[in-house]
Design a protein around this ligand. Sequence first.
Ligand code: COA
Length: 704
Amino acid sequence: MNYFFKPRQVAVVGASANRGKVGNSVLRNIIGSGYSGTIVPINPSAHEIEGLKCYPNITEAVQELGALDLVVVAVPAAAVIGVAQECAKNGCKNLVVITAGFKEVGKEGAALEKELVEICRSHHINLLGPNCLGMMDTHTPINASFAGDFPLRGEIAFISQSGALGTAILNWSRQQKIGFSQFVSLGNKAGLNEADFIAAAADDPNTKVILCYLENVVDGERFMDVARQTSRRKPVIIFKAGTSEAGARAASSHTGALAGNDRTYETVFKQCGILRVRRMEDLFALATVFLSQPLPKGDRVAILTNAGGPGIIAADAVESRGLAMARFCAETIEAMRAHLPAEANLLNPVDVIGDARADRYHFALEQIIQDPNVDGLIILLTPQAVTQPKETAEAIVDVKERHPDKPIVAAFMGGEAVADGAEHLRKNGIPCFSFPEPAVESFAYLSRYTKLRESTARQALPEFDFDRRRITEIIKGAMSDHRRILFASEGAEVLSLMGIPAAPTKLATTADQAVEIALEIGFPVVMKLEAPNVLHKSDLGGVKLNLRTEQEVAEAYHEIIANLHHHLPDTVAYGVEVQKMDQPGRECIIGMTCDQAFGPLLMFGLGGIYVNLLQDVSFRVVRGLDLTELQEMIRETKAYLLLKGIRGEKPGDVEAVVDTLARVAVLAREFPQINEIDINPLFVYEQGVSAVDVKITLRKVGTE
Ligand code: COA
């Protein structure tokens, strides 16, 4: 993509002399952006457009001028394929298709888009769009779009899945004096997608912060790889729209039902070090904070205020965002005591009280910022009779200039009275909010990002030995029986083969066989119906617990089959599972479900029958997963408190739970035919674990 943002020549196919047309806007935008390369309008019915020589087609332009680095297309959809073929023939490598009327309009459009993608793929052409606004780079500079505004030059790359939203933001950004390095409208993402542009922005020396507006991610695995690498170099901040669960997958497992679409994105973003914001405006507010402030060395915040209430609000926000209130050194407190009024509060939050003028803020700030126990400052101001917002802002800027290594974020509360001061701060690179919470929130993001960059040691999942051949055989056997759910006995065997302790389970097809199995695995046993399409076995008397004799086992077998016939006379049982009855332990759940975009997703939480109700679960995507993340996912749940032991209980074996999670992750990674796994409950003992109930569902992969 070397020449995508920095083309030496750019052609506009569909350039028009008619000023109302998109092709004309694109051409004039390129000219108007100050682009210094060769601009080539292409239109068969014109000789000159906007003062530039016009060519009838790409071929003639290339014959006369040589290669074209970038081609922007604004001709009707029916003509796009022809243009793409010409680009392919003439060695053009970057194509921006603005034209709409593809996948977004239905079947015919989708077929056209497929054809376009095939041409581009087979000729290694980078394709942006179709159905997009175009792209911009303010440093090249080039505005290859039909947007009405070219943004100010800046250090933010903005990647937007919505073109219309892009135009609104570009217009707003000029008013807000927010500058961009790159802007990309992704359109239908038929070729290049968010991952490509995040990677490009990561390598762009003019970009310091990457912002994305996304509705979905098309290539989940690549996205995760790129985001993981990029977020260590530059902050990647994403607003993801479409958080409702309307489109949540139809799931037959607890794990699938709990892993809603938004939860999956939340998990992915967290694992990849992406900072997610929940409001569009936070995207830009946060970008300016990242651009203007250094990263804090820790999470200890000092608050300076001239009013008690806002100080308390900020302190609450500090606590709720997981930050720490700084505890000042004795010297700092003493110095403040010597000069501040007796009524001032010298502990954090420092309250210089309502009659504070700029000099008092200046003095207190000077002391606090030098305190080694302070990693960053939140400065609050409310307009009271003698308050000097502008002069106070000047004092803040002065201190900041002399101590640039600690982040400062301000909240000047009020309207006209504080406007001058707030403006002065912003102009001088100090973010200023209207209320305390967003100021604290932005500091929390800075602090989170610091931690994220510092967390280096990754411990890959261990290599496990397992009998791949036998597991494959079990899966294939079920598939060839047209079963999408493994028998409980097969599930238990798969887990055992993976090295996960599972209660021994075997399928009996006669009462005598059930007795034999019970004798073999040892009493007491549990017996469970195995029949097609029976989800809630206990509801129809399909589960018998604590069977201690041969006679009880034989009777249970007959009873279970009779109950099935009574409730579902047309259903023929596969048999009855006979399972060793385990000692009860603390009940957890471990699950896995396959996400369409991101692949296997692992779940851990509180198990038992109330899983869906309590939803005490945490998730991790298997791709790139490490051992530390498995420990974290356990610690995120309340189940962890149970495992640690409450009210004098001995702790459960957390290490064994981590090991089980790791093995389930490897099972999911190595066998893509496994669609979902529910181990519920997983009994956790003081030493070891046992998978008591296992449900494994399968899916077709490739041509199987
Ligand atoms: N090569 C070169 N020029 C061609 C051509 C080709 N193969 N086919 C047509 N043209 C010329 C036309 O003659 C015309 O020039 P003219 O004004 O001198 O006659 C120009 O290209 C444009 O074609 P026209 O038929 O007038 O189309 P249009 O300008 O009305 O619409 C699009 C073209 C691309 C703007 C329209 O199809 C479209 O997709 N609009 C929506 C864009 C959009 O919303 N994108 C997503 C934003 S988020």
